[in-house]
Write a protein that binds this ligand. Structure first.
Ligand SMILES: CC(C)(COP(=O)(O)OP(=O)(O)OC[C@H]1O[C@@H](n2cnc3c(N)ncnc32)[C@H](O)[C@@H]1OP(=O)(O)O)[C@@H](O)C(=O)NCCC(=O)NCCS
Length: 169
């Protein structure tokens, strides 16, 4: 399996991966593929952190990290992460998250923030975001709004501001 940055020729296959992964997901608003399209058009888009997992020339997984703010600081928002159902539970999601973190570190980012399963993300080092000084801009169980310090850095303190593409009021 290869992991690489997305290119426009991948967009249709990525949309299909997202659609089929979230069709059976526990939490989905059904708009994840459109969110990705909006994020690509936004200032928060980072092509080098929009990654596909590819096997035998088929795209089987996708992860996107985009720029967000906590006060004056720039952090990453991890969303979405999707693996084709027939390839789930085989380490594809883990490989995408870990590759993303390595690239994020090289690019100088200090924190990644995710709204998701507290059964899944802690294996990578994600902890409840408030323990790192990051508050959610919406009402959400504290254990599902998580963040990870990619390296030592100045403490953060503030509410996360997502790109307008997320449609968070
Ligand atoms: C969630 C998802 C991305 C995980 O990807 P994956 O490739 O299936 O997961 P991995 O094989 O890398 O899992 C790594 C570990 O996490 C565990 N795990 C996988 N999915 C999990 C879940 N939903 N909850 C808890 N643990 C999970 C695996 O059992 C594995 O543990 P192990 O190494 O002890 O066996 C994938 O199942 C998916 O696309 N789901 C639908 C979309 C979705 O919900 N995305 C997340 C939005 S926040």
């Amino acid at each position: 399996m290869d992991i690489r940055g997305e290119v426009p020729q991948d967009y249709a296959a990525i949309q299909e991966v997202i659609r089929s992964a979230f069709a059976t997901a526990e939490y989905s608003d059904g708009n994840e593929a459109e969110l990705v399209a909006r994020l690509r058009r936004s200032d928060s888009y980072i092509p080098a952190l929009s990654l596909v997992a590819e096997e035998a020339e088929q795209i089987i997984g996708y992860i996107m990290f985009t720029k967000a703010n906590v006060g004056e600081a720039i952090v990453l928002a991890l969303a979405p992460l999707a693996v084709l159902p027939e390839y789930q539970q085989q380490g594809v999601g883990r490989a995408l998250v870990k590759s993303g973190h390595e690239i994020a570190l090289m690019l100088g980012y200090t924190h990644s923030v995710v709204l998701g399963s507290n059964q899944y993300y802690p294996q990578f080092g994600y902890v409840p975001a408030h323990t790192l000084g990051i508050e959610a801009p919406f009402v959400v169980p504290k254990e599902n709004f998580m963040a990870m310090a990619l390296r030592e850095s100045k403490p953060l303190q503030g509410t996360m501001t997502y790109d307008a593409a997320f449609g968070i009021e």
